[in-house]
Design a protein around this ligand. Sequence first.
Ligand SMILES: [Zn+2]
Length: 647
Amino acid sequence: MTKWANCLEEVISKKVEYSFFSSQKRLLSIILIVAFIFFILCVRFVFLQVVNAEFLQIKAVEQWVRTLPLTAKRGQITDANGNILAISYTSYDIFVRAKEIENPSEVALYLSVLLGQDFDSVYQKSINKLASEVLIKLQVNEAIALKIVQKDFAGIYVAENIYRHYPYGKTLCQVMGFLTSDSVGQSGVECYYEHILCGKDGKYLTQSDVKGITINDSLNYYVQAVDGLNVSLNIDVNIQIIVEKVIEQLVIDHNPKSVSVIIMEPATSEILALAISPSYDLNEVPRDDVASLLEMTKNLTVSNVYEPGSTFKILTLAAALSEGLTSLDEHFYCPGNRIVDGEKIKCWKTTGHGDQTLVEAVQNSCNCCFMDLALRLGTEKLYKYLELFGIGEISGIDISGESAGILLDEDSVKEVDLARIGFGQSVAVNQIQLLNAFCSVINGGTLNVPSILDSYFDDDKNVIYDNLNLAKNTTISSEVSDIMKYLLEMALSKTGEMTFVDGFKIGGKTGTAQKYGENGKIVEGKYVSSFFGYLNDDGTPKYAILLCVDEPSSGIYYGSLVAKPYAKIIFEQIIEYKNIKKADESVSVENISVPIFLGLSLSQAVVELEKLKINYEVDGEGERIVSQFPMAGKVISKSATILIKTN
Ligand SMILES: [Zn+2]
């Protein structure tokens, strides 16, 4: 019995023990599960409140807030005289939301009368609860839109749309550029100055219910749109139109691959006109054919580079004069070619120009003379000047996609390369860069950053930014600049008389360059014909032109025949438009226009001065005139004294 009892007692005590431990474990499990659930909740809470808070907050606000975008007005673009080149206008589209309309027949009657629409049609739209929004009429004017807004019928909505209009259509198309369908500038000024023109959109927030219906007396939040600024360009649209009309004629006469013309103000490098053919209508941008659109919208005056040919001789000459390596009366002999590094390089006149002075060599555009000048300069000095002229680097103009051009690596330039660079071969430039370098040659030696933009201003005409022209560096002295102008004026007139446009001082130089294929070899029959020139106004170069004709296909390709005559027409029309007086009109019996004495020998200068019967003083003991005062071209009284300095 005792044994049995003991045994039972042992079993009971173990069970008790077992039962005790079992409930303890269960409790522990429950606590662990609760803790785990609590931990998960905490993690979720942190995730919602911290990690994902912003996203969720936006989602929540979106659910109870309705946002009406308020579009900023895009700034206008005007030319230098305030003519509007691009303008935005707003029109309004009218919609209804049937779910929100309380009295469809009243709404339909109101809208059909106001918008001149059929009552039944508007009524059907006003009860169409299957669609969230139905269009009633597109492009209504502001007065009608305002009436509808003021009427404040529930369920009628007015959507604002902004359109861009270019009053001159095709004119200036590559400079202006165009917008994407979302009204963002895609090319040209519209793209370059997008951040100025676009402004900042605003918004109008109202609280709405689940169906999107605005809650009456709810809190509204209004962020006013900031309109874009207006942009004024240096372009004179009247000169632009003159240029484009002349290009049209050139295209008819010579059917080239493309033509481009830039008119730049030499003193400031401001772009007064920039025209490229072929062109397109800014109001009907041909968006369907992307490849041809890209081709037509490209501003090839900066994006393409070309071998300039003879116009480049201007830079070689300016460098050689600056280094004192030649003078006006030096003689050059051209047998039709030069042998450099054992290679025969031809003058364009293969029978030779014979004996000629520097003035004649420039008039003849003799390659041999310019090979000699480049070889005298040597690579180091020629490259020093090319760098000063900005050749081989972008000009910094406010047009996207500018190419720097190609200048052989200085260390690899052989004599034969140097000779070729001297007359504009073995070098590639963009047109803006080249014209800008020429402007420094004729403006007294200042290289500027060329610019399309003049300023930008707000709607009250307050100027926010004035784009003052930026001088980069000095290229040549004002004395050398004067000699260059004399040579360029002589080059154009040949006989020394002002025959280019009768009575006007115009300087210039033609160029004809062969084109190279992708294999680097010359392509037979393909040329770029060009002309650089400038027109003086009141004794100062005022309008510089670079006209390039790419691949004329009329059988004529010389710059003197394909480019120069059209530049002449452009100058004649600018003279008329700007009412520029003839060079000799300001010279009366009592006044004279100071001739150029720089570069002449003292005896030549004295002969000239005696002929003019004017007082003069000579400073120095040398034989050659190195400076003069006043500068050539200035109109002075006959009783004044001219000072000439010798070396
Ligand atoms: Zn020659």
